[in-house]
Structures are given as C-alpha cells and as structure tokens.
Design a protein around this ligand. Structure first.
Ligand code: HEC
Length: 198
C-alpha cells in the first residue's frame, strides 16, 4: 500500500515536471497563430469606435442645428472651433460669478480660465498631421499643449485627466484613427486669458 502511494506521488511529480517544462502544444500554437499585431486599418477602426464612445466629437466637431439639436457637420468632423467664425463678444473673456458657458456647438467655452477653443485633431497640418505618437501621448495623458514639454497646460474643458490611465493599445488606436481622418484645414485661435480685475 505504501509502495503504491509512493508510486502515485512519483507519477504526479513526473507529470507536473513534464507539464510545466514542456514546449507549448501544437494546439496552443495554432490558437495563437491569429494573434499577430493588428494592422493600421484594424487599429484605426478600433480608434474610431473609441473616439465616438469617449465623446471627443462633443467638443472637437463643429455642429449645425438639426431637428434633434446640434448635429456634427461631416466635412468638418474633429476640426475644432472654426477659425473663420466670428467669435461672439464676451466681456473680457470671463463671466461674472464664476459661471462657464459654451458656444451652441460646444467648440468654444468661456469660464474662469478665459476663453478656450477646441483643437483641430484631424490629420491636417493645422491639426495633428505632423504630430508624433509621443506628442499625442503627452497631450492626452499629461495635458501638455501640442504634446510638448515646456508648453502651457491644456485648458478646460479638455478632460485630459480622464484619459491619464488609458491603455497603450487604446491610445495607439485613437492616434491611428486621427491620423487616418480626412485632413481639414482650420487654424484654431489661441485661447483668450481671463480679464484682469481692475
Ligand atoms: C469637453 C470638451 C472636450 C472633450 C470631450 C475632448 N476635448 Fe480635446 N480639447 C478640448 C479643448 C477645449 C481643447 C483646447 C484646450 C487648450 O487650448 O488649452 C482640447 C485640446 C485637445 C488636444 C491638444 C491639441 C493641441 O493642439 O495641443 C488634443 C490632442 C485633444 N484635445 C484630443 C482629444 C481627444 C482624442 C478626445 C477624446 C478622447 C478629446 N480631446 C475630448 C475639449 C475637449
């Protein structure tokens, strides 16, 4: 009886050793065969899905009024505050009492930080066409304007702090999508600082 138990223990040890040190079986290799890096096209497709879900269009896409409220203007999608649009006058760039306010298409906002204009994030050179992925990472996760060190911090309402913990594969997908968007030429104005108290 004792011998039989020892034998079973021996067999278990042999099994565990073989199992843990063996090469992956052909079945495992086959299962991993389709697990190659995604193509740029697949990345961009996932990026488009994420951009839609994460609401980038809310602020970055110019809109016109439709029967159910503001609608994205397809040919201006993600191109930011239209630089050729006369900006409604705001007294000194700030509202009394700490209030904040948006233009009807949500591409510009005024508040205690002054007036900020949503950036052009299409593939045009007036957008992020010349940006590197590293710049995009810095802008989206560290809130640095143009994604460069030594520039000003991004202003509200850009919610970059919500994106600080984004997974690398998601950031890559969003960048691939934005780089694949039709280029829309639109130079967005610089922000207007808040009025100094007299
Ligand atoms: C609630 C409004 C809002 C949302 C939502 C939003 N943004 Fe922004 N974003 C802005 C504004 C406004 C600016 C400009 C801020 C400034 O000039 O300091 C900006 C700036 C940026 C910049 C920096 C551009 C530059 O030239 O430095 C990038 C990149 C950016 N947004 C990408 C995105 C992406 C990608 C999403 C979605 C995942 C997104 N934003 C969602 C409002 C928003």
């Amino acid at each position: 009886m004792k011998k039989a138990k020892l034998f079973v223990a021996f067999l278990t040890a042999v099994f565990l050793f073989t199992y843990c040190t063996s090469e992956p079986s052909s079945a495992t290799l086959e299962a991993n065969a389709g697990n190659t890096a995604p193509t740029q096209e697949e990345l961009a497709k996932r990026g488009e899905y994420l951009v839609t879900l994460m609401g980038c269009n809310d602020c970055h896409s110019p809109k016109r009024m439709g029967p159910q409220g503001p609608e994205i203007i397809p040919e201006r999608m993600l191109s930011g505050y239209p630089g050729d649009q006369p900006f409604p006058e705001v007294d000194g760039g700030a509202l009394p009492g700490g209030w904040a306010m948006f233009t009807p298409d949500l591409t510009a906002a005024v508040g205690p930080w002054g007036v900020s204009f949503a950036a052009n994030i299409t593939s045009d050179e007036t957008g992020i066409g010349n940006w590197t992925e590293e710049q995009f990472r810095k802008a989206l996760t560290e809130g640095k304007s143009k994604g460069m060190d030594g520039t000003r911090p991004l202003l509200p309402p850009m919610p970059w702090f919500n994106y600080a913990g984004i997974k690398d594969e998601d950031l890559k997908a969003i960048f691939a999508y934005l780089k694949s968007t039709p280029p829309v030429k639109n130079a967005v104005p610089n922000p207007i600082p808040p009025a100094q108290p007299n």
